[in-house]
Write a protein that binds this ligand. Structure first.
Ligand SMILES: CC(C)(COP(=O)(O)OP(=O)(O)OC[C@H]1O[C@@H](n2cnc3c(N)ncnc32)[C@H](O)[C@@H]1OP(=O)(O)O)[C@@H](O)C(=O)NCCC(=O)NCCS
Length: 158
């Protein structure tokens, strides 16, 4: 059982979040980019870290709420902590926060070859509602994004 706790991502940990993002994505978002996103109205970020004070971040999720809809802008868990339920906990907490913030639905885009993420979202009840051909770069080629949706009112996520 993980002792990791979820808290709002503090401004002083944005550099840590950017370093974590770089471990998880080919085209990561740096600290200024994360700061700009977080400054947008309706945007929030949750981080997960071991309970000990000053423990390094294990993951974070960034979400924007607008017009009754929420969107996961990014989700990342450090490689050594994957497969321990942290990603699921982050998405569940993001969904609960988005619902409390007035969102009825939660959307996201995910690369069609990202099996771990697709498995996580399917397990949580997301449904595919669209696709964006050629949305992500993969070396010299491009790959489609799937658009997934979760109805927050209909979910039992805590
Ligand atoms: C996607 C990601 C966030 C998942 O985080 P995680 O903490 O490893 O996920 P969890 O341990 O919470 O897994 C939850 C569920 O997802 C599924 N899952 C997760 N990783 C999986 C894998 N490698 N293979 C198959 N299923 C997987 C399982 O169904 C699991 O359910 P279970 O608890 O019943 O076993 C993580 O792999 C990651 O950061 N990847 C790189 C960044 C990324 O792709 N972000 C998403 C962009 S849309």
């Amino acid at each position: 059982m993980s002792t990791a706790a979820i808290r709002p991502l503090a401004a002083e940990r944005l550099a840590d979040a950017a370093a974590l993002h770089a471990l998880c994505f080919d085209t990561p978002w740096d600290e200024p980019a994360l700061a700009r996103l977080l400054a947008m109205p309706g945007t929030f970020a949750l981080a997960i870290a071991d309970a000990d004070e000053g423990a390094p971040l294990s993951g974070f999720v960034l979400v924007r709420i607008a017009g009754g809809e929420a969107e996961i802008l990014t989700l990342a868990v450090v490689p050594p902590r994957r497969g321990q339920g942290l990603g699921r906990r982050l998405v569940e907490a993001a969904a609960a926060t988005a619902l409390a913030g007035g969102a009825a639905t939660l959307f996201l885009e995910v690369a069609e070859d990202n099996e771990p993420a697709l498995a996580l979202y399917r397990r949580l009840g997301f449904r595919e509602v669209g696709a964006r051909p050629g949305y992500y770069a993969r070396g010299q080629t491009r790959i489609a994004a799937r658009v997934l949706k979760l109805d927050l009112g209909a979910t039992s996520l805590s």
